[in-house]
Design a protein around this ligand. Sequence first.
Ligand code: DQA
Length: 142
Amino acid sequence: MKFLVINGVNLNLTGLREQSVYGTETLADIHKKIAAFCENAGDNVEFFQSNIEGELVNKLHEAFLNKSFDAIVLNAGAFTHYSYALRDAIAAIDIPVAEVHMSNVHAREAFRNTSVLSSVCKGVICGFGANSYIAAMVALKQ
Ligand code: DQA
């Protein structure tokens, strides 16, 4: 399978910001872990990160128009909670998208309990740190 892993706003600072919530592994460390998992499973993976909402929308459109990926794993960061633009982009494409979060968003502030993306995603995984991405890939494969 060919996976696209998209990380949204502030996730470039993973490992440096709010370490008590997100841990000390950097996004590069997490990408390495995911890449190793995919290599072992015989899958391909590409990574994209942006803090800019429109760039995330463009990436989803590009994946759809180029038919370049079988499945997408998306951690949209705080955009999850209010971006109708991302929601519509996910709804517009015919590639299954898994919503992931490293932290358990349901055990945190009330505003994180709402996702405007979940209802247009294939499924949601949260609370398992870097393993949230890998669990989503296992589920998407099956
Ligand atoms: C997050 C959870 C979001 O609420 C938050 O805004 C993030 C990261 C997570 O991976 O736990 O930036 O998506």
